[in-house]
Every structure is written in structure tokens, then in C-alpha cells.
Ligand binder design. Structure first.
Ligand SMILES: *[C@@H]1O[C@H](CO)[C@@H](O)[C@H](O)[C@H]1NC(C)=O
Ligand SMILES: *[C@@H]1O[C@H](CO)[C@@H](O)[C@H](O)[C@H]1NC(C)=O
Ligand SMILES: *[C@@H]1O[C@H](CO)[C@@H](O)[C@H](O)[C@H]1NC(C)=O
Ligand SMILES: *[C@@H]1O[C@H](CO)[C@@H](O)[C@H](O)[C@H]1NC(C)=O
Ligand SMILES: *[C@@H]1O[C@H](CO)[C@@H](O)[C@H](O)[C@H]1NC(C)=O
Ligand SMILES: *[C@@H]1O[C@H](CO)[C@@H](O)[C@H](O)[C@H]1NC(C)=O
Ligand SMILES: *[C@@H]1O[C@H](CO)[C@@H](O)[C@H](O)[C@H]1NC(C)=O
Ligand SMILES: *[C@@H]1O[C@H](CO)[C@@H](O)[C@H](O)[C@H]1NC(C)=O
Ligand SMILES: *[C@@H]1O[C@H](CO)[C@@H](O)[C@H](O)[C@H]1NC(C)=O
Length: 334
């Protein structure tokens, strides 16, 4: 009996493994995992991009030639607004019931700072693209750029940065996907934690900028020809300046290397939501939960909330980020 049991466990184990392998093989250029999503959302995108010119002095919404329909792979870098907790591995779908502050897991792995899919997952699902997601909560551009992270290390909170995310991708990304250049889109979304750390104790934004473009250059040297940068969702002087400098680099990349580049201004989306949430269908509590640690005391209608945990979009807002990002790619071609 114990033998039979362990046999059937082994058999079960085998069949699970083969199912996983099959879904991974099928995932080449297709879905990463079976997705069952409640696609009914009461909120709608009530703002359109404000397209600008590639010659613009400051960052503005443009797309010099990134095509959505051929995209089979998305490689994502960023922070908790982009992380699905996968850190370059195959992600598991979000666990949405019972509700938790971080859909997917209470543990660090597979954690999403939302109540469902993150924007880049929505976008990958929409395009039937495979997602290699290196984003991680709390990430900055460069730990060496801020006094809190180094060398003074005032807060002592170890953070991931764009440097580490790029390094991991360059080590293992090519084993996970063919990374066909004209079918692969690279998305980069930093700024929130850079702003936070800079405000705590200062830092060197010149170094942050130099690191940012050095990492973009490394990605380009390794085959990236489609690069999308998301600007931060709110306006702050030092990040505005940084984004203007990065925009200038993207323009140069397009001129010098023929890189297809796009810039998406999330500040426009979130400013418009803040000024008229009901136009989008939001109502009730703008932020549902009172903290990132508990659902106790949270709102009873998260489907109509802009944010799930403080400072982190709800799954329905993530869907709008995805739609807005794709709207820029569709509408702002120059
Ligand atoms: C799907 O979402 C809609 C809108 O939020 C909600 O009313 C409905 O109960 C959801 N259905 C399921 C099966 O979760
Ligand atoms: C560019 O942004 C700076 C602030 O970062 C602002 O002072 C300047 O007026 C802007 N230029 C244009 C053309 O909008
Ligand atoms: C991508 O490039 C390859 C050859 O480099 C070509 O065969 C393929 O058609 C291209 N795909 C798209 C979507 O342009
Ligand atoms: C991501 O994975 C790499 C390699 O396994 C590891 O070094 C790094 O610590 C991971 N990052 C996080 C935030 O877990
Ligand atoms: C900063 O603090 C973290 C956590 O205590 C530690 O792991 C790291 O080594 C420190 N870094 C420096 C440069 O002192
Ligand atoms: C932060 O570090 C920079 C060097 O990168 C230094 O010039 C500056 O004084 C520091 N700021 C504070 C508030 O300690
Ligand atoms: C800031 O970083 C830049 C680029 O690495 C460097 O040239 C400059 O000396 C740094 N400034 C300070 C105050 O450390
Ligand atoms: C052009 O591409 C190379 C790698 O092929 C990269 O090192 C460089 O930084 C890129 N320059 C620009 C302006 O994009
Ligand atoms: C949600 O809004 C209601 C009504 O304004 C308020 O009583 C409640 O405290 C809010 N809940 C949270 C979690 O903010």
C-alpha cells in the first residue's frame, strides 16, 4: 500500500512535470501559463495620450516604430509597479481569493503589489506574448547613486537596482527565450524609489542617469531594438529632469542605432484620474487597503478603487496602464 501510494505520487509527479513542460514548450511565443481572467472591469480608459515630437526638448509621448502585433516576448525591468514576483522565472498566476495585500503570495516570491495582474502581464496576455519580468519591489536605478543605499547606507534596506536586474537578464534571459530582436519589446519603468531615496538623504542623479543609459546600451549591445520607457506617474523636479535626459538618449539611440523607442507618460494618466476619477468609473475609496500588510480595515469595493495598497494600483488600474501604454504605441508614431 505505501509502495502503491508512493508509486502513484511519483506518477502524479511525472504527469505534473510533463504538463508543466508542455505548457512551457507551448509558451514559446505563446502564453506563459493558462490564464483565466475576469475581464469585466467597471473602469475604462477615459484619457488619450498627448503625442509629441521626437525633437521635443522634454520627454513626451512618442513611438518611433515599435510594433505591437509582432511582439512575442516582453522583457520587463522596474519596481513594484511592474513586478509579478517572478524575477526572471516563469510566473504563477495571481491568487485572487482569498484577497491578500499581494495577489499571488504572502511571501516575497510571486508577490504582486496589487489584487491581480500587473500592467505588463495584462499587456503580455493581450498580445499573447511571453513575459520575462525582472522588475522587483523597491528597485532603484543604481544603489550607488543614493546616500541611503550607498555609501552612507542610512536606511540599510537592501534594494534591487536596474544594474542587478540587467545582470540577471544578461546571464539567463537567452536560455529562456530566443529573444528574436524584431519580436521582443524591452520595457523600463523606474523613478518612484529613486525619488523616494533621493528625498530621504540626497544622492547623485547624474550617476543615476549615467547608469540608466549604460544599462540601455548593454541591452542594445545584446540585441534590444525595441525599447519602451515609462515615465513616473507623478511629477517631481529631479525625476522630470532625469526623464528629459533619458528621452534625449532615446532620440539619439533612434538616430545612431536605429533603435525603435517609445516614451509613455504615466503622469498624464494618473493626473487625469486624480482630477476626475468618476469619468473612468472609479468611486468610493481611492485607496482600498490601509497598509501593505493586511486586508483588515480595507474597503469592500476594490473594483472601483484606483489603488489597492497605498501607492500601488489596483488590478483594474493596472489594466488601464496597459491600455494606455498600448494607446501610446498605437497613436503616437512619429
Ligand atoms: C467580474 O467582475 C465584475 C466587475 O467587477 C464583477 O461584478 C463580477 O462579480 C466578477 N465576476 C467574477 C466571476 O468574479
Ligand atoms: C522642460 O522642463 C523644464 C523642467 O524640467 C521646464 O522648466 C521647461 O520649461 C520645459 N521646456 C519645455 C519646452 O516645455
Ligand atoms: C524579423 O526578422 C526576421 C529576419 O531577421 C524576419 O524573417 C521576420 O519576418 C521579421 N519579423 C517581423 C515581424 O518583422
Ligand atoms: C533574483 O534572482 C537572482 C538570481 O537568482 C538573485 O541573485 C536575486 O537575489 C533575486 N532577486 C530578488 C529580489 O530576489
Ligand atoms: C547596506 O546595508 C545592508 C543591510 O544592512 C547591507 O547588506 C549592505 O552590505 C550595506 N551596504 C553597504 C555599502 O554598506
Ligand atoms: C549625498 O551624497 C552626495 C555625494 O553623492 C553628497 O555630495 C551630499 O552632500 C550628500 N547629501 C546629504 C544630504 O548627505
Ligand atoms: C556624481 O556622479 C558623476 C558620474 O559618475 C560623477 O562624475 C560626479 O563626480 C558625482 N558627483 C558627486 C557629488 O559625487
Ligand atoms: C548604440 O548601441 C550600442 C550597442 O550596440 C550601445 O553601446 C550604445 O550605447 C548605443 N548608443 C545609443 C545612443 O543608443
Ligand atoms: C472607505 O471610505 C469610507 C467612506 O468614506 C470610509 O468610512 C472608510 O474608512 C474608507 N476605508 C478605507 C480603507 O479607506
Amino acid at each position: 500500500m505505501p509502495i502503491l501510494q508512493s508509486c502513484s505520487k511519483i506518477l502524479l509527479g511525472f504527469s505534473l512535470i510533463s504538463v508543466m513542460l508542455i505548457s512551457q514548450i507551448n509558451a514559446q511565443g505563446q502564453m506563459n501559463f493558462p490564464v483565466t481572467v475576469n475581464i469585466t472591469s467597471p473602469v475604462t480608459l477615459a484619457v488619450q495620450p498627448l503625442c509629441g515630437a521626437l525633437s521635443s526638448e522634454n520627454s513626451t509621448e512618442v513611438n518611433t516604430g515599435i510594433l505591437l502585433s509582432p511582439t512575442r516576448t516582453i522583457v520587463a525591468f522596474g519596481d513594484s509597479w511592474t513586478s509579478n514576483g517572478a524575477n526572471g522565472t516563469v510566473p504563477v498566476p495571481p491568487i485572487m481569493w482569498p484577497p491578500s495585500p499581494s495577489a499571488g503570495s504572502q511571501f516575497t516570491e510571486n508577490r504582486r503589489a496589487s489584487n491581480g495582474f500587473i500592467w505588463v502581464e495584462d499587456m503580455a496576455n493581450e498580445l499573447s506574448a511571453k513575459l520575462l519580468n525582472y522588475a522587483w519591489g523597491g528597485a532603484v536605478i543604481d544603489n550607488l547613486a543614493y546616500n541611503t543605499t550607498s555609501p552612507l547606507n542610512a536606511t540599510g534596506v537592501p534594494r534591487t537596482d536596474f544594474v542587478a536586474e540587467t545582470s540577471l537578464f544578461l546571464q539567463q534571459g537567452r536560455f529562456l527565450d530566443a529573444l528574436v530582436p524584431n519580436e521582443t519589446l524591452y520595457t523600463i519603468s523606474f523613478g518612484i524609489n529613486d525619488d523616494g531615496q533621493f528625498k530621504l538623504a540626497g544622492g547623485n542623479m547624474t550617476l543615476a542617469y549615467e547608469t540608466y543609459i549604460t544599462k540601455l546600451g548593454e541591452l542594445q549591445a545584446n540585441g534590444a531594438t525595441n525599447i519602451l520607457v515609462q515615465g513616473m506617474y507623478k511629477h517631481t523636479p529631479e525625476i522630470d529632469l532625469l526623464q528629459n535626459q533619458i528621452f534625449a538618449y532615446l532620440r539619439e539611440s533612434n538616430a545612431v542605432n536605429g533603435t525603435n523607442i517609445a516614451f509613455v507618460n504615466l503622469e498624464r494618466l494618473f493626473d487625469t484620474i486624480a482630477s476626475n476619477p468618476s469619468a473612468f468609473g472609479y468611486r468610493g475609496n481611492a485607496t482600498c487597503l490601509i497598509s501593505a500588510n493586511t486586508i483588515v480595515g480595507g474597503c469592500n469595493d476594490p473594483e472601483h478603487s484606483v489603488f489597492w495598497i497605498p501607492g500601488h494600483p489596483s488590478q483594474n488600474s493596472h489594466r488601464l496602464i496597459s491600455e494606455y501604454t498600448m494607446a501610446v504605441l498605437d497613436q503616437c508614431t512619429v
